[in-house]
Ligand binder design. Sequence first.
Ligand SMILES: Cc1cc2nc3c(=O)[nH]c(=O)nc-3n(C[C@H](O)[C@H](O)[C@H](O)COP(=O)(O)OP(=O)(O)OC[C@H]3O[C@@H](n4cnc5c(N)ncnc54)[C@H](O)[C@@H]3O)c2cc1C
Length: 383
Amino acid sequence: MDFEFSPEEKKFKQEVHQFFQSEPELCAGFMEEWHGGEGFGPKTWALLRKLGEKHWLTPTWPKKYGGLDLPYVYYCIIQEEMSYWIGLYACIGTAMAGPVILKCGTEEQKDFYLPRIARGEIEFCLGYSEPQAGSDLANLQLRAEDKGDYYLLNGQKTFNTRCHFAQYHWLAARTSSEGPKYRGISLFIVDLKTPGISITPLMTFSGERTNDVFYDDVKVPKSSLVGEPGMGFYYIMEALAYERVTPVGAYQRLFEQLLEYIKESGKGSDPVIRQKIAQLAIELEVCKLFTLNVVSAQSKGIIPVYEANAAKIFITETEQRLANTVVNIFGLRGQLQRDSKWNVLNGMFEFIYRQSLTELIMRGTSEILRNVIAQRGLGLKRR
Ligand SMILES: Cc1cc2nc3c(=O)[nH]c(=O)nc-3n(C[C@H](O)[C@H](O)[C@H](O)COP(=O)(O)OP(=O)(O)OC[C@H]3O[C@@H](n4cnc5c(N)ncnc54)[C@H](O)[C@@H]3O)c2cc1C
């Protein structure tokens, strides 16, 4: 058992670390746009293109499509560094849509989408949830009717983040009402500029924007279908296992900032604060081990459903404990936002305090993931 990276992997990690360290303006620009609620703006696209030039957005993909043909562990190294420096560690195109296109897409889809995803030129947004289909995704109702030479789409999506700046909707739609509900779902790629689509903002309590998306007699070509009709649910479940991989770089950085503040402010001599900080250090270490466990499974070609779910629960709940503890340590000033001159550490932990709640819901709620662990990991019968 060896938890160390190999010398080549360490060298690569150092190279990625130095890249971000040498780009403070682009990193700050990203944080400004993202935490300002805007999503991807010009500074984010500029950063993504730079990463794309190095092929670091898709290092495991074949060279033909803009990758480096590297083992999975290199992708995780990049994700950890991205998470540490900017908080974002993956795009929907690179982490979810791209891998499914690579596996199940047509040659035309691969040639058209994959190189542009790899270059950091386009982004997708996830079109799964609907007002009556969140955890129970198989219940989704947005219809895609086969009209011979095109599909006609009608219905509503909700909580579809990134649709206001992404170019493409990675859309799950119902193509059949026959048989089990999950067998009637298909996946489509829809250009968000197609007539009949309207997008309205849905603001979360952390100030980040997500969206309602309405489809009103939207015509899409037959070539928009990804993979086999009726197989969408399976593709989504596989891609979700990858989406639930949660790097801890961002939390590590927050913890380092907190530790520095505690040392400089003299609060480190308080016995209660010492206990809390030591506890957080332990939990962060457990998070890192969870992540390595997932990476190890993926490196062996295993889809880590059980491991990734356990990691997602523990890591996001640790983030919540981290934010909770910090806001308590800071006292009333800990509740001030970044536009207050009395805030602590630029109000970052106040923001994380609110944002950490959404993390427990998006990418699958903690309750649903515990159910999956009970059933698929521990062999308990489905209720
Ligand atoms: C900030 C944010 C961003 C999001 N971004 C996207 C996106 O980009 N694309 C997208 O498609 N979706 C997105 N979502 C939607 C997200 O995936 C759903 O909110 C989530 O799956 C829960 O679905 P729901 O909101 O319908 O809640 P429900 O499914 O109605 O659940 C409500 C509560 O009941 C619990 N519950 C439900 N069923 C069970 C059960 N069987 N056992 C135990 N407890 C249960 C849940 O855990 C939850 O606490 C986002 C959500 C948020 C908050």
